[in-house]
Design a protein around this ligand. Structure first.
Ligand code: AMP
Length: 113
C-alpha cells in the first residue's frame, strides 16, 4: 500500500474536501487551515517536492500553474487576492513529501512570508 497520504487522497483512498480536480491535479481543503481559505493543490503523479518538479513533464508543469489559478478562482479568491506557497525540505518545515502548493486567502494575510 502506498503510504503517501496525498497519493491516497488522489486515489480516493483517504477522505478529503476536494474543491476542484481533473485528470492530473487535485485541489482540496487543508485539514489544518492557516487562513480562512486554505487549499492544497497536488499533481496526482507523485513527486517528492518542488525540488523534483523537473520530474513532471513541461506540459504538466504548465498545466499545473493554470490549475492553481483555476482552483483559486473556484474558491472565490481571484478578486480579493491570495498567496501561493510551496515548501521544500526541513528548513521550510515541509511535512508531507508529495509536491503540493498552498493557496491561502479569504482575509488580509500576514506581511511576514
Ligand atoms: P507542508 O508543511 O508544506 O508539507 O504542508 C502539508 C499540509 O498538508 C499541511 O498544511 C497540513 O495541514 C496538510 N495536510 C496534512 N494531511 C492532510 C489531509 N489528510 N487532508 C488535508 N490536508 C492535510
Amino acid at each position: 500500500m502506498n503510504d503517501c497520504i496525498f497519493c491516497r487522497i488522489a486515489e480516493g483512498e483517504l477522505p478529503a474536501q476536494i474543491v476542484f480536480q481533473d485528470d492530473d491535479f487535485v485541489a482540496f481543503i487543508d485539514i489544518a487551515p492557516k487562513a480562512p481559505v486554505h487549499l492544497v493543490v497536488i499533481p496526482r503523479r507523485h513527486v517528492d517536492s518542488f525540488a523534483q518538479v523537473a520530474e513532471l513533464s513541461a506540459d504538466e508543469r504548465a498545466r499545473m500553474t493554470v490549475f492553481l489559478t483555476e482552483a483559486a478562482d473556484r474558491a472565490g479568491l481571484t478578486s480579493t487576492g491570495y498567496r501561493v506557497v510551496t515548501n521544500h525540505g526541513a528548513n521550510s518545515r515541509q511535512s508531507v513529501f508529495h509536491l503540493h502548493w498552498h493557496i491561502l486567502g479569504g482575509a488580509l494575510l500576514s506581511d511576514s512570508m
